[in-house]
Design a protein around this ligand. Structure first.
Ligand code: ZN
Length: 409
């Protein structure tokens, strides 16, 4: 495939190439040439539209539970109707996968779902049963025995003591996980948990990181309070999820920058609890989230100036609206090009997949063509009308151009 006359945003290289030609061969980018006019009858003329790497959501929960996605799933059952079969949930997952891809989200990192649903969906996509983004999943989240376990049930694997932590890591790999996720602190969405102290001991968290790294997989740490942040950063996890308290201790941000620990700020999830679903959560949690929301934005700015790699993690719904997180990062202080870098290259680094998230020769051809200039207004990445073409592994899989059959088959 040859794409000509493209305005290429190479966010990884922090540059924009005008009138560029991108040649794709065997699912990878073979060549990116700026300002060189290829014969106009060869390939697809993008007419100056913006071509960038496909978006990568580094913090999603691929779940048939659509409580943060009102109106995305089936209407609520009416009184008197037969109970819904549990298996309907798999169709919700399939709809989510298609919605993500249509929105230009070409890769998703699932950080915890119920009943291994994300692994099932990953396999369905891989086997060609449903169209969807590239998925990597943590299996179950490893947590110390904690109140959250009573709420998050099969999303968690509770474990206590270093040996059991090692076993919990091995179990996730056995069930098909691609990486490990752990709870370094409690969760802001659980009344009985204080998100400030570390929830695991240094020995427990260290055992998880050691076991995972020895076996060659990465570790994502749910971190809210500072005490847990210290334990997770000192243990050299690979990504910090949320991490809102980090602005309070610049030493930790410096350590993250020098050890290449990626921060996934998940601003949207704080908006959810503080503003969007205030009726659904206990009042104490809403109040707490309002404080955390302010802190999350302070940490975004502090992490940027410390040189920490940032990634885009929506941690909310509905599927397909993920780019609102990119918009929020830009509104919070990132220049648009850096926001796009976070949502592509930064997320790829969070996933440990350097072949993704960049428009350079040799990279996987997961691409997004936007009708307009997202550097002038990143909000257009949330507008389905502007998503002109979505390319995955060098194949056109979505976008308005495909719908109108303008693109090559
Ligand atoms: Zn989450």
């Amino acid at each position: 495939m040859l794409l000509t006359n493209a305005r290429v945003i190479d966010a990884a290289g922090r540059q924009v190439l005008e009138r560029a030609t991108v040649r794709i061969d065997c699912g990878r980018i073979a060549e990116v040439a700026a300002g060189e006019g290829a014969p106009s009858d060869a390939g697809l003329d993008l007419e100056g539209r913006t071509l960038m790497a496909g978006l990568i959501d580094a913090h999603a929960h691929l779940s048939s539970d659509i409580s943060r996605s009102p109106d995305f799933g089936p209407p609520a059952p009416l009184k008197g109707e037969l109970p819904r079969p549990r298996e309907l949930g798999y169709f919700v997952l399939a709809k989510a996968a298609r919605a993500l891809l249509a929105a230009g989200i070409t890769t998703v990192r699932d950080v915890g779902s119920y009943d291994d649903e994300a692994i099932v969906l990953r396999e369905a996509v891989r086997l060609g049963l449903v169209e969807g983004p590239r998925i990597i999943s943590c299996g179950r989240i490893i947590s110390a025995t904690a109140p959250g376990g009573a709420i998050f049930t099969t999303m968690y694997r509770e474990a206590d003591g270093p040996d059991e932590m090692r076993k919990a890591v091995r179990e996730q790999l056995r069930r098909g996980a691609d990486f490990i996720k752990l709870m370094a602190t409690g969760a802001r969405s659980v009344v009985a948990e204080d998100p400030e102290p570390a929830q695991m001991t240094r020995e427990e968290l260290g055992a998880i990181v050691d076991e995972a790294h020895r076996l060659g997989v990465r570790v994502a740490a749910h971190v809210e309070g500072l005490a847990g942040a210290r334990v997770a950063v000192d243990a050299r996890v690979d990504t910090i999820e949320h991490g809102l308290s980090l602005h309070r201790e610049p030493r930790l941000l410096d350590a993250m920058a020098s050890s290449e620990i990626v921060l996934v700020p998940t601003l949207s999830t704080f908006h959810d609890l503080a503003e969007r679903f205030t009726e659904a959560f206990a009042p104490a949690l809403v109040e707490q989230a309002q404080r955390q929301l302010e802190e999350a934005y302070l940490t975004l700015v502090a992490a940027r100036s410390a040189g920490v790699t940032l990634a885009m993690g929506h941690d909310s719904g509905p599927p397909g609206h993920n780019a609102i997180e990119l918009v929020r990062m830009v509104e919070g202080g990132l220049p648009a090009l850096e926001g796009i870098a976070a949502a592509t290259h930064g997320s790829a680094r969070a996933l440990g997949l350097p072949d993704l998230g960049t428009v350079t020769a040799g990279a996987v051809a997961d691409l997004l063509v936007v009708d307009g200039d997202p550097l002038a207004d990143v909000r257009m990445l949330c507008d389905p009308e502007r998503i002109w073409m979505v390319v995955q592994d060098g194949r056109v899989v979505g976008g308005r151009a495909r719908a109108q059959e303008l693109a090559p088959a």
